[in-house]
Write a protein that binds this ligand. Structure first.
Ligand code: RNT
Ligand code: ZN
Length: 418
């Protein structure tokens, strides 16, 4: 079947394929820098393990060890993904020059000047994240620590990150979503569940007291259910994060990571629930297998359902800030990046290719028989043809073409890294 025939099939269902592709092409979706180096960053000893309850597994060759290597890898990734990527950096990816080094509480915009250059080259905006993990000042708590020195250090880090986010937004002319996530919590049953949460709350209050224009810098509060080593109690739980965001709607957004809920809960269902109250929210799209395992995003049912809800709720018009968040060290890292990003694009395009008004009407009329029939029919529409055309339109290789380029890059570059 040709693209034209496929397009006609969609048109017969009342779906405008051109409009769908044109829409998606302009939606920013954040590409997380941390898939390229197993979340290690450049500001601490690279031989130290990851902390904060997150974990990468695998030692596939070719991990980026320097900012130059990471940027070279990202150059490659950006050639292979359609749509409108936005960079997403962690504070630990600061680039120090001429032997300079400062700790996280002293970071400045200039430490991200090279990244601004990189984003300008790629004509993309940039999101940001304070890094409250994998650092000697984690005691192991950060913003909820009882040690005032520790807590101050991390508050100062958060404030520095607001200033850096502001710099990124100003330089790149696109809002910067700044996500606050900590791994604070306990391995075993605590005797005080409230104290850490009060301290966490007060710390975030202090961070957000740093001046910023909320239209340009968008701090987010990400919740979590548990992490490795903090199985019994998470300070920034779902209720904590959501309540904080709800009580401070003029200052921050809630962020949902779909790996951070109990296994039968789905973020797709939470999107409209939150959008009934919040003008805007943020997402980390990932793939949990049994737990927050951060596997590469696939073109699977829940990813499709998340995409559908984003679209049905008008999320593509600025209400939903979409980002990827996963890290697999057991396969070619560039391929991991590209597969996940392309799959999220696929899911969004697939979701755009629905006659949502007609389907909503069937539900509203109580016509559940036809609703089921129509929804099932959409699953075997000639989506592949439209996807190929979208890739052509975005001047990136189609499925079946891009992997050859990654394999060549692996042979020429990645295997030569020690
Ligand atoms: C961890 C959170 C958090 C991190 C990144 C690196 O469980 O999902 O978003 O993955 O900040
Ligand atoms: Zn996340």
């Amino acid at each position: 079947m040709s693209y034209t025939e496929a397009k006609m099939k969609y048109a017969a269902c009342g779906i405008d394929v051109d409009a769908a592709m044109a829409k998606l092409k302009n939606v920013p979706v954040s590409l997380h820098c941390w898939q390229g180096d197993d979340v290690r960053g450049f500001d601490t000893d690279p031989t130290k393990p990851l902390t904060g309850g997150i974990q990468t597994t695998g030692n596939y060759p070719g991990r980026a060890r320097t900012s130059e290597e990471l940027m070279a890898d990202l150059d490659m990734v950006l050639k292979l993904i359609p749509g409108r990527p936005k960079m997403n950096l962690h504070a630990s990816y600061a680039i120090f020059e001429d032997g300079e080094w400062v700790d996280r509480d002293k970071l400045e915009p200039k430490h991200f000047a090279k990244w601004v250059e990189f984003c300008k080259k790629h004509k993309c905006g940039c999101d940001f994240n304070p890094t409250f993990f994998s650092h000697p000042m984690c005691d192991p708590q950060t913003l909820s620590s009882t040690n005032e020195k520790t807590r101050r250090f991390w508050i100062e880090h958060g404030k520095a990150c607001i200033r850096i986010s502001n710099y990124l937004a100003e330089e790149l002319g696109e809002p910067c979503v700044m996500n606050i996530w900590t791994g604070d919590g306990f391995k075993d049953i605590p005797s005080d569940r409230m104290g850490p949460r009060i301290r966490y709350k007060e710390s975030i209050d202090e961070i957000l007291s740093e001046p910023y224009d909320f239209r340009k810098v968008k701090p987010c509060i990400e919740s979590k259910v548990f992490g490795i080593g903090v199985e019994a109690y998470t300070v920034g739980s779902a209720e904590f994060a959501l309540s904080y965001a709800a009580m401070n709607k003029d200052k921050c957004l809630p962020l949902m990571d779909n790996g951070h809920y109990h296994p039968t809960e789905v973020v797709s269902d939470k999107i409209p629930a939150l959008l009934a109250f919040f003008p805007e929210l943020a997402l980390h799209v990932t793939r949990p297998i049994r737990w927050d395992s951060d596997h590469v995003v696939l073109f699977d049912d829940e990813t499709k359902e998340i995409a559908k809800e984003i679209i049905r709720c008008g999320g593509l018009d600025g209400r939903v800030n979409i980002a990827l968040d996963y890290f697999d060290a057991s396969i070619n890292r560039i391929s991991a990046w590209v597969v996940g990003y392309r799959n999220l694009q696929k899911a969004l395009l697939f979701a755009l290719l629905n006659n949502n008004d007609a389907l909503r009407n069937l539900q509203d009329e109580g016509n559940f028989t036809e609703l089921m029939v129509r929804q099932e029919e959409m699953k075997t529409m000639p989506f592949g043809e439209i996807w190929d055309e979208y890739c052509r339109m975005c001047s990136v290789p189609s499925d079946g073409e891009w992997f050859t380029e990654v394999k060549k890059y692996e042979t020429d570059i990645l295997t030569k890294r020690g």
